[in-house]
Design a protein around this ligand. Structure first.
Ligand code: ATP
Ligand code: MG
Length: 661
């Protein structure tokens, strides 16, 4: 069978049993920004004028553009050519010119329980001051600034200050090692690094400055380091004279006025390295105007943001989700965006729900991994808290298992909140496949349909569109405003990675199928399939079946080489609290999958594990499990949350040995 057919027929038949449908609640629909097909129809009629009309109505321009989409040199597309704008102006300045100047822009909750509210006026002042600090350190338009911080309010201040003066930022997630930070700084050739002493994590200061020091000893491009004092006396750090400066000391004397640079629409906004689930991270480049428009429109419509909403995205700003949906999208809309510094289990496993209760959060956006972790912990934690303020829930990062979707719907949304399952990538900058919650009827496990103006398709390896319910490659037929423009410093690899496999279209690297309603079911990375005796099965679908078993919280499956069948299925399973890891349960789980999907999908071996190897952006890293199962040396583990997890699984795999199923 071909590569494109990522789902076997037997499997599809079982999946088609998904008959649960959730129409938008009547009241939600009545008040939603989008509650009919109008924007879809407008975009289909005239794609360029659809984007142009929103660019004109929703954003501020210093100078109007000449061309909406310049496609003269594909795949190097340009949006709003000739136009001049500044995303910092759109996110901050313009809101200070109305009553919104006293509205909360950023509401921040520290892990120890402290909190800060910055109004738009406060944000305007702090951003201008920090922009002047950067200028004072020699940062000029076009210079790169690396940022290695925790989730503190100074992080968005630093980002917006960079955007204001046209210095592209490159944020490196605060959990990364010195080597990862060093490589990313060197790739971006950053001039200044912004960091902090330490970040609070589970009640303890987690070091950042010492790691930054190690990295900076091998990054010749860095001239100055700015250090925010967060942990203070709890974590004293050493400062290198002439190189390191305290944030608060520089800010104390900074001038309050710093006008926004008038930037070309295509001026580089930031470089962000992907999470590296499939290999070496790539330096994705996003630019100014198109990114601003794409994140603005998706934030407004997907999260149906209203003026008085408290909106909370639980991601870390170190990932694209935080860039687009904690900072740029919400602030461009003049929204109140909530930020949390710490972990969901400190001081107890109800911290997220406590935050929702405390701030009366209306819209909450999180990840399937987080939801599966909450399932593992049990329903008692959300049940402790008042979640009645919630009106909309979202997820992103991985396909959501239908049972995890139902758990979220029942235990967090109390069956009244629509769920938006949003498919997108670091590369896409903005959400591309998603329900609009006032219009699209949802089904657990599918991201539903492309956002208006986004033209997706599923094709086979000859580039032909596949029939309904046939697996294939997920591609995008038309450029979209927030698309990546290239890999930083490597145009060739950009073309090779996304635009070469199928000429003229963007290849996402993901497999998907479309059901009879035209809904997209993303089945995972195209290489993440198991081939058992010629039947191609998608891991996510076997995993979702395991997660549907009452004892299971999380599962990862992989295909390992097998002399007879081609590949055999190994399943790594995390049990819900209160279930014992017995041999009987292993047998039960194998039979469960065989019965729910097909005997072909029956896992050959099952391993119980306390956790799964995940990237720091919380995605299951199947390639490492495959390395273990096939007895190889482990591949790159630098982007793992906890390399100990994979070592433990490896040890257990070797000692327990494989048992044949
Ligand atoms: P790398 O490209 O370096 O391997 P990565 O792909 O994990 O890293 P991201 O850009 O953060 O880095 O992740 C995007 C991928 O996450 C998508 O291509 C898709 O596989 C998966 N994904 C994100 N959201 C969803 C969703 N709602 N449903 C299904 N898959 C999703
Ligand atoms: Mg990717």
């Amino acid at each position: 069978m071909s590569d494109g057919q990522v789902t076997s027929q037997t499997l599809l038949e079982s999946l088609m049993k998904e008959e649960r449908r959730f129409a938008p609640p009547a009241e939600f629909r009545a008040n939603a920004w989008v509650n009919d097909a109008t924007p879809y129809e407008e975009a289909a009629r005239d794609f360029e004028s659809f984007w142009a009309s929103h660019a004109e109505n929703e954003l501020h321009w210093f100078k109007p553009w000449d061309t909406v989409l310049d496609a003269s040199n594909p795949p190097f597309f340009k949006w709003f050519s000739g136009g001049e704008t500044n995303i910092c102006y759109n996110c901050v300045d313009r809101h200070t010119q109305s009553w919104r100047r006293t509205k909360a822009a950023i509401v921040w909750e520290g892990e120890p329980g402290d909190s800060v509210t910055l109004t738009y006026q406060d944000l305007h002042r702090e951003v201008q001051k920090f922009a002047n600090v950067l200028k004072g350190l020699g940062v000029k338009k076009g210079d790169r600034v690396s940022i290695y911080m925790g989730m503190v309010p100074e992080l968005p201040i630093a980002m917006l200050a960079c955007a204001r003066i046209g210095a592209p930022h490159s944020i490196v997630f605060g959990g990364f090692s010195a080597d990862s930070l060093r490589d990313r700084i060197n790739d971006a050739q950053a001039k200044v690094l912004i960091t902090q002493d330490a970040a609070w994590r589970r009640g303890k200061p987690g070091p950042l400055k010492p790691i930054a020091d190690q990295a900076v000893s091998q990054t010749p491009s860095i001239e100055k380091v700015v250090v925010l004092r967060r942990a203070g006396d709890a974590f004293p750090v050493e400062m290198t004279p002439q190189r390191d400066y305290w944030w608060h000391e520089l800010m104390a004397t900074a001038d309050r006025d710093c006008p926004c640079e008038h930037l070309d629409a295509e001026h580089p906004l930031y470089i962000l390295y992907t999470s590296g689930t499939t290999g070496k991270p790539k330096g994705i480049l996003h630019t100014t105007a198109g990114y601003n428009l794409g994140t603005h429109m998706t934030t407004k419509w997907v999260f149906d943001l209203k003026e008085d909403d408290y909106y909370w995205c639980t991601a870390d700003i170190g990932w694209v989700t935080g860039h687009s949906y904690i900072v740029y999208g919400p602030l461009s809309n003049g929204a109140t965006t909530v930020m949390y510094e710490g972990t969901p289990d400190y001081p107890d496993k109800d911290r997220f729900w406590a935050i929702i209760e405390k701030y009366r959060i209306n819209v909450c956006y999180t990840s399937p991994t987080a939801i599966r972790t909450f399932m593992k912990w049990g329903t008692e934690y959300p049940a402790r808290r008042d979640l009645s303020s919630l009106r909309l829930l979202g997820t992103v990062g991985e396909p959501i298992n239908p049972e995890a979707w139902m758990w979220y719907h029942e235990n967090i949304g109390h069956e009244k909140c629509p769920i938006v399952d949003t498919w997108w990538q670091t590369e896409t900058g903005m959400i591309l496949i998603t329900p609009l919650p006032g219009y699209v009827t949802t089904k657990p496990g599918t991201a539903t349909i492309p956002f208006p103006g986004v033209v997706a398709d599923i094709i086979d390896e000859n580039g032909e569109p596949v029939a309904a319910n046939t697996g294939g490659y997920l591609i995008l037929r038309k450029p979209w405003p927030a698309m990546l423009r290239t890999f930083w410093g490597d145009d060739q690899r950009y073309v090779a990675t996304y635009w070469s496999r199928f000429p003229g279209v963007y290849f996402t690297g993901d497999g998907a199928r479309r059901d009879e309603d035209g809904y997209y079911w993303v089945t995972g990375r195209v290489d993440d399939v198991v081939n058992v005796s010629g039947h191609r099965l998608s891991n996510i679908e076997i995993e979702s079946t395991l997660v549907a078993h009452p004892a299971v919280a999380e599962a990862a499956t992989i295909g390992r080489n097998d002399a007879i069948k081609g590949q055999a299925i190994s399943a790594f399973v995390v049990l819900k609290a209160g279930n014992a890891p017995t041999e009987a349960l292993k047998k039960d789980l194998r039979d469960w999958v065989a019965q729910k999907i097909s005997p072909i999908a029956r896992p050959d071996d099952i391993y119980f594990s306390a956790d799964l190897p995940k990237t720091r952006s919380a995605k299951i890293m199947r390639r490492l499990l495959r390395d273990i199962a096939e007895g190889r040396i482990l591949g790159d583990t630098t982007t793992l949350t906890d390399p100990g997890v994979v070592q433990e699984i490896k040890q257990r795999y070797i000692t327990e040995g494989r048992e044949e199923g």
